[in-house]
Structure formats: C-alpha cells, structure tokens
Design a protein around this ligand. Structure first.
Ligand code: ACO
Length: 150
C-alpha cells in the first residue's frame, strides 16, 4: 500500500530539527529542546557510528513539517555467529495524523532496514496499550522489559 501523495517518507536529515522533529516526539514523552546546534551534533554522532543508527521521518509536503518519526539501532553481537539485532525506538505520530497508518508505514520501513542490515530479529519495548498496534505490524509479545533509571 502506498503512502498518501501529500506525504513523503525518507531518512532523517540534518535539517529536520527545523521541521519539527522534536515536537512530533513530544507525543511520546516530555521533550527538552537542546537547541539546533546540539541536535545537529547528535545527528552527526549517529552518522559517525556507521551502519548503526537509522532515523525515518514522514513529512507533510505542503507544510514541510514532520508528522511521524521512528528509529532503528543495529546492535552487533558476539553471539549468533556475530549476528545483529535491530532495536526499534522512539516511534511517534503527530496527534492529528494518528490512525492513518503512518505508524505502520514507519515500522515497516524500520523493519526493512533491520532485515536488510542482516538482523536476525527486530525488537522493541512498548506499553500494554500499544500491543495491538505492534501486533498489526506483525510483532509478537515476548518476555519482559526491566529498567533502572539513573
Ligand atoms: N489499539 C488497537 N489498535 C491500534 C492501536 C491501539 N492503541 N493503535 C493503532 N492500532 C491499529 C490501527 O487501528 C491500525 O489497524 P488496521 O490496520 O486494522 O486499521 C493499525 O494498528 C495501524 O495503526 P496506525 O494507523 O499505523 O497507527 P498510528 O499511525 O496512529 O501510530 C502510534 C500508532 C505510533 C502508537 C501512535 O498512535 C502514537 O504516536 N502514539 C503516541 C506515542 C506512542 O505511544 N508511541 C509508541 C511508543 S513504543 C516505541 O516507541 C518503541
């Protein structure tokens, strides 16, 4: 299925701070704005870790604003014949655009990147209320998350 022609899906770009990258993420959690220079430095850090961090965004063409975001991080293991695992992180869709399959499109794109990177599995953490969404994306519940905050 195609994305609506008003929208465009592409990799995160160094200029996306100005397209509201952080405001879309604010549907997920409280976002503190580090400012554009620090945002770009983080973007460059992602790039310097080759083949490791991939950001995907969906942009509304008319307004040139980001409406959906997601990340995949490729972890390289000593196990599984030096296998890799894809970790999906920070999926967010602008409130006004939720329920239009944009989240699904982001997950599909990230899963494709993970599989094309040779990852033998792709995993993520989510709240109970998001389980049905990820099941629609083809994911299954497995094990538990443990966390310790600093
Ligand atoms: N309960 C049941 N079904 C759901 C739910 C839900 N809470 N959310 C989505 N679905 C279903 C949709 O109905 C649709 O089903 P269909 O194909 O039968 O029509 C399917 O899942 C795909 O839904 P999308 O339209 O792609 O969902 P959306 O674009 O709204 O994105 C998302 C879902 C990312 C959870 C979005 O609502 C959002 O940004 N929420 C707030 C932030 C958040 O919770 N992000 C995820 C955190 S987990 C993580 O980042 C790893």
């Amino acid at each position: 299925e195609q994305l609506h022609s008003d929208l465009h899906i592409r990799p995160l770009a160094s200029t996306d701070y100005r397209r509201g990258h952080l405001s879309v993420l604010s549907v997920l959690t409280v976002v503190t704005d580090p400012g554009e220079d620090a945002w770009v430095a983080q973007f460059n850090l992602w790039k310097s870790a080759l083949h490791t961090y991939y950001g995907i965004v969906i942009v509304d063409k008319a307004s040139d604003r980001i409406v959906a975001v997601g990340t995949i991080f490729v972890e390289r293991k000593f196990l599984r014949g030096l296998g890799s695992v894809g970790h999906i992180e920070d999926i967010a869709v602008d409130e006004r655009q939720q329920g239009k399959k944009l989240g699904l499109r982001v997950i599909q794109a990230l899963t494709r990147i993970s599989e094309n990177s040779g990852c033998y599995k792709t995993i993520l953490n989510c709240s109970d209320k998001n389980i049905p969404f990820y099941e629609k994306c083809g994911y299954q519940k497995k094990e538990n998350e443990m966390a310790k905050y600093a």
